[in-house]
Design a protein around this ligand. Sequence first.
Ligand SMILES: O=C(O)[C@H](O)[C@@H](O)[C@H](O)[C@H](O)COP(=O)(O)O
Length: 261
Amino acid sequence: MAFAGPAKTQTKVLKFDTEEDVAVALAKYTADLSEKYINEKGSFSVVLSGGTLIDTLRKLVESPYKQSVDWSKWLIFWVDERVVPLDHEDSNYLLASRGFLSKVRYLFLPATFTPSTTRNLRKVQQTDYEDRLKDLVSRKILPISNISGFPKFDLMLLGMGPDGHVASLFPSRHHRYEKERWVTFITDSPKPPPPRITFTFPVINSASEIAMVITGADLAGTTKIALGNGQIPGSTPLPCTEVSAEGELTWFLDKDAASKL
Ligand SMILES: O=C(O)[C@H](O)[C@@H](O)[C@H](O)[C@H](O)COP(=O)(O)O
């Protein structure tokens, strides 16, 4: 089913004094959703991004959540990955593995792809990731949204770049307009490294819950635009303004990121 565009979403903006307060609130938010979804459907699918998000998630793998969360019911995915070996310093998998996955046991990584050594590396990885998701859908591990027809994750945890990108969907690249594919690949990402694979907006926007986790003064201007009219005069809307959730979209901001609101 083709994606019709951002659905109406409930948006909440939470502002905190410090980055530490954001980390505390994000851990509680994620642990509460984990309990809710596990009670309702027996599992909790979580999509991670790269960048500072993993560090901001640090409180989730500390007491009390480290013990109280039922990690055995978690399914972990990545919203984007850099096309490098999984043990490469640029890998989002490695980042999450060091800062998060290695701290808890029994996590299930159902769609982690193995980097290919074939010639058409990026294409292979994109197709591989999409095929793995399709397999999970056919095995009824991952549901499809009744609204969009795209796979539906319970929670996406997203960061944002100063240019307003989310995942690897950049303002000046056509991938942000993809309406059919679940996963696409980019060979010239403005943020290094250049080759990446990424979920598309139809998949991102089919999530039940999305957290935009934004800290630091360097994101204050972009945050103001994103939560204002979404556009720098004379340019196209920022990709971050395309984000919507089928349930609730929550912005977590520290004082610095919120300083221009
Ligand atoms: O792999 C990536 O690069 C990310 O998934 C990307 O979308 C990231 O979340 C933003 O660029 C914010 O990154 P920072 O939190 O490091 O600013």
